[in-house]
Design a binder for this molecule. Sequence first.
Ligand code: PMP
Length: 426
Amino acid sequence: MKPYREMSKEELASLKEQLEAVYKEYQGKNLSLNMARGKPCKEQLDLSLPMMDVLNSSSDYISADGDVRNYGILTGIQEAKELMGAMMDAPAENIVMYGNASLTLMFDTVSRAWTHGVCGSTPWCKLDKVKFLCPVPGYDRHFAITQYFGIEMINIPMTADGPDMDLVEKYVNNDETVKGIWCVPLYSNPSGQSYSDETVKRFANLKPAAKDFRIIWDNAYCVHHLHPDHPDHILDILSECAKAGNPDMVYKIGSTAKITFPGSAISAIATSKANIEDMKKQMNVQFISHDKINQLRHVRFFKNLDGIKAQMAKHAAILCPKFEAVDEILNKELAGLEIGKWTKPNGGYFVSFDSLDGCAKAIVAKCKDAGVVMTGAGATYPYGKDPHDSNIRIAPSFPTLEDLKLAAEIFCVCVKLVSIDKLLAE
Ligand code: PMP
């Protein structure tokens, strides 16, 4: 089929009539499908059930740091630091174990800077203006944290190599109210891009106007390859920062949320010794330790990085057909029509779809009226405001393959109908 823009109004109107009939048929089925959040599906969760058997009432609960059943061991057990360090490409001595989810860790990191400052600098709450850079499209929960503290968010467009580094350098190196940036460097949420070596090096070589500027390097998808035989690679930002004379500039974050159980994961931060000492001042007051039994359970289950990789290959075998199915259907239905573009990621949890400008909200609403729930349009931008109203995040992991295919077909019908309306109104 030719691009919609090359069709006459009559052709478009007749196409619209046919598509409306198809849409009505879907509506009549009273469907309840969901492509909204990046949750693992049941089969993926089942992969980690054997972990629940590695510790029981006859196990020993002794770690290298002592009995995990009791108070203490503030920064986590050594074995967990080694496991997470291997996964996060950082030495165990630079790791602090945190709680059941990395989101809390990121929230606490911003919160601490807000109330008490970073390594002795003025608390951000005492400053007239605090700004954060936000590569877009990005992760809504990152943006929610900075919005909660009243931090002004600045959109930074993503390119194929990661965030637009000319803009990042311009802001960070010249504006001392810019205190941080959110990054998802590997299989970014939602666009699936991975940062090039050049981008990582440019990050490491920033010359921040603010001495308390920090990069929050959320490596949530560090082992989440869809094709483990040809994964994307990124440079280690911690050692690049150290080489560039910026050893304290980055907080590298990770968790096992989408490896074992979201909400019952172990999380960790890898950062400089100075930053660790700074964090510990708060941690000492906030808790005595995190869940060390869960740390030991994860360590005994995985043993080492190879154990994690083997688990991730099983996840990939479940996820791959789902990502393939979405891509196949989008291609079959939309290729050549010039009414949408989408990503084909090599890992992570999302496909990012860009409709014609001004259509995303209407597409998501139309999907909902046919029983398909998508992530809210705008969610991938700070303040929920997509300046082009074009980005939609597709999350293929949770539905069954059969439901997912149906949801993707309905999505395409909605994209076509909304695009035709736009073109007819022009
Ligand atoms: N960071 C990113 C980029 C994510 O996509 C997600 C999950 N959607 C998280 C963090 C959440 O991880 P956790 O469950 O460890 O808080």
